[in-house]
Design a protein around this ligand. Sequence first.
Ligand code: PGD
Length: 761
Amino acid sequence: MAHWGMYSASAADGEVVDIRPHAGDSSPSPALGNVPGSVKHRSRITGPSVRRGWLENGPGPTDRRGNDDYVAVTWDELTDLLAGELRRVIDRHGNEAIYGGSYGWASAGRFHHAQSQVHRFLNCLGGYTRSVNSYSTGATGVIMPHVVGAHWKMFSRSTSWKVIAAETDLLVAFGGVPAKNTSVNHGGTSDHPTESALDALRARGGEIVSVSPLRDDMHGAATWLAPVPGSDVAVMLGLAYVLAVENLHDTNFLDKYTTGYDTFERYLLGASDGIPKTPEWASAKSGIAAEAIVDLARSMASRRTLITVTWSLQRVKSGEQAPWMGITLASMLGQIGIPGGGFGHGYGSMNEPGLGPVPYPLPTLPQGLNPITAHIPVAAIADMLLGPGTEFDYNGRRMTYPDIKLVHWAGGNPFHHHQDLGRLRRAFGRPDTIVVHDPYWTPMAKHADIVVPSTTSLERNDLSCTRNDPLLVAMQQAVPRYADSRDDYDTFAVVARKMGVADGFTEGRTSGEWIEHLYDQWRGYLRSANVETPEFDEFWRAGSVRMATEEDLTLFADYREDPVSNALRTPSGRIEIFSEVIDGFGYQDCIGHPAWFEPVEWLNGGRAQHFPLHLIANQPRTRLHSQLDHGATSQASKVQGREPIRMHSVAAAARGVTDGDVVRVFNDRGACLAGVVVDDGMLDDVVQLSTGAWYDPLDPADTNSLCKHGNPNVLTPDVGASSLSQGSTGQHVLVQIERYDEALPPITAFDPPTMTVRSVG
Ligand code: PGD
């Protein structure tokens, strides 16, 4: 099982040579094609390694990270060095000085889950500074609990695809429903039903309107409205205005199930700020014709309508507003809680929304208790490292960044997920020590001082399952451990022993015993719910066990049915169109109700005079994030070895470039090369470059170096969505593009660093 789906593998000579998708998968992910050849790829870390400068000079801030040689050490040496450095930092600076936030998707599997392992290990040592929220839903994760009293429930208990296919007459999808993203699911998946559900909706006569700058954000036929990127909230306000002035809004629903509509309406109609949010006003912001907005609003009010908002719309400055305004608009239509109507968030952002949830707890490795209270919103890592002691706002609190001396990372690649990589590199120069566990020499591993070679999930046994999939799967080892790599669990167990906390960490179990223990524990839960499952050995032989999932869900149906007994976990118990709590925070950039905030990175602002193209830095279709970027499917998409950038023919012609050319994409933060694919399925001045090409600096000594390979995060802004959430805003950035006429530098991202012989022992 992988995040991109279930499959079986054939292996020869320690390498996967062929894979077969799960027979029950209706639309297997193309990313499966990256797996063959991945075990022994030259970018694997063959054994424990230490950065030469760290080994020779000891811990401390340095500008050599990302630009140094490595020295191979033995496992015993690595254990001594790692245990000694953790002990030094804890004794001298306290556990708060360890940043163990360690964000990242790592690989599927309930036991060998890298974050759970590193958190459990650090908790045994007395804790660490942690991170909260995610890069996926950084703004949503903070705003939605204020508005509907929940966050993850919006996805895991979303209206089922089956219900949408059968009941929805009009699907209005802000950000579309990009099928490429549904090919992945955190923790794995055994089926990909999105495309067939959309086909079934159409076959029934249902209509789809996709509001997105990219035509292919919607699978199959749809009315395509292409707004200026970043203007969706203005479009939604224009739609809401029509509903309000034409009396098409459902005042009964608003009275019974929501709070604060009146205050919002004063803003909508311009009574509170002097700006009525008319369709003409929305048109001026978005470029969508006012008549189209009026027609759509009327059409929405006349039919069973589901409004969806993708997660990408909240991965921008003021990202809280799109989901908040989406649910406000759906509240005005009054169809929330009715099958096929209402609101959805995250369809097309990951496979999970629309799939039936499992009604039991899943097998889970306990992470222990972290007594350290220091934490940061996850995307504030560079701010924290560069500004120890600095104050910042987060969700109504004034907090202070801790002084981090040691960064301990397992299972993530900040050079994929973070923004403004030049700034991140400077931030990574500040701590005394960076420890990275990864199977591959990713750019993050090449910035580490202590490099711990991990196995991949193909080299170990594990259990896999997710909240919204019926199968608990026996992930069976396909190949032996590569070279001198180790499971993260075994690494932590040995270091824990050295530091005197082995009992707490391992509880006396090997990894095999843990897997069986977690299964048996889970089996016990199910038995108490009168559900029988096979003994572990039988399960392992069979390869999977099927669980019942809840089908035919409608989001908030229970709330609609009984808003008193099933009150939402908000202060009012209702959907908060106006939040007194948020209003009370007094933030200028996130007020008490959904509102339009002019973006910085958008085509209608002053910055566009310098950088006139709007780049959408979205998720790739050929891989998961940066994982297996060297695989066959990902490599086949590259243009002259560079990440493809899609450009409209008008923008391409204006710059004298055509299909297959290499261009330099730049702004005042950085620059990267990319390979042109001309595509008119977008506005003239929109370009699209996915995340995930491994960062590959032309000059590793220069933190702001050109990336030869096409990583858009050298360009994106490292600013929080707002004072409320501080969520990541990596989705949108303004750029300029020019043809690259110099000799093409070779791609070196997948080459291991230079290994040297140590000069001091
Ligand atoms: P991955 O490439 O999945 O990216 O960012 P994330 O850091 O999750 O990195 C996972 C790493 O784990 C890989 O290096 C892999 O080799 C390693 N790994 C796999 N298995 C194991 C294991 O068993 N042990 C260890 N130690 N390591 C392992 C994803 C993040 O990026 C996310 S979720 C989103 S939604 C964001 N999206 C955007 C965006 O839309 N636009 C921009 N510009 N930037 C984004 N960044 C965010």
